[in-house]
Design a binder for this molecule. Sequence first.
Ligand code: FE2
Length: 276
Amino acid sequence: MLSTEQKQHYIKNGYLVLGELFSAELMDKLQKAAGQIVEQFDPDSTRAVFSTQDQSQTRDNYFLGSGDKVRCFFEEEAFDNNGQLKQAKSLSINKIGHALHVLEPEFKAFSHNQTVTHIAFDLGLVKPQIHQSMYIFKQPKIGGMIRWHQDASYFYTDPISVITFWFAVEDATIHNGCLQVLASNETYPLIEQFKRYTDDSTELVKLSTKPWPQDEHAHALEVKKGTLVVFNGLLPHFSAANLSDKSRHAFTLHLTCATSEYALENWLQAKASPLY
Ligand code: FE2
């Protein structure tokens, strides 16, 4: 599936861009399926928002209990001071997570497709398994920024094995908050680990004093709809807020290797879905 050059690029840089690997029609199907989930979602059932900047919010049970469910999370900027949605529900959701790959037929079929499996094997996952899926909306005007982080902080395994599969459901540009990754091929140590304790309290534990890269040292991955970006768990990455009038939908999967030890302190403890 992947060429030697592509594998070498991934090893050297920590990521690989596979331009327009999937058809626009297939991306449209995912978009439609996500839209239907939002349509059926009652916004009064929760006011849960998702924020990587305010850890007190991620402690919310709605988030911690979503590992084996399909739940909608609002954008932080979705509500006015009176707690009312400022715009249509369909334009207020930050993301849907975290078991689309198990519970939603369209996403289940897509996540377990042969292409994903072959690429996972090619990137070194001997026994690839899916832990989490998310549909990210990055809404126009209010799509929040995601600060610099590494995905292994949230999917810690020994040895580190997590690989993120990031599918562009729509074109991603610098204007609508595309993914931005560390531009140098320096390997970063794991800087933080997000831990969930038995009492359901959580903590973002600092493991290294190494500072996050400067934003100007990032490489913006402007990609077309249907593109797959894969990156390893130690690659620092972020995305800026979407201040444009175009949404930036993406679907993501987090895969680990079943031969590595999945930490009991990871927030998500739902059973992984094997790809082998
Ligand atoms: Fe990430």
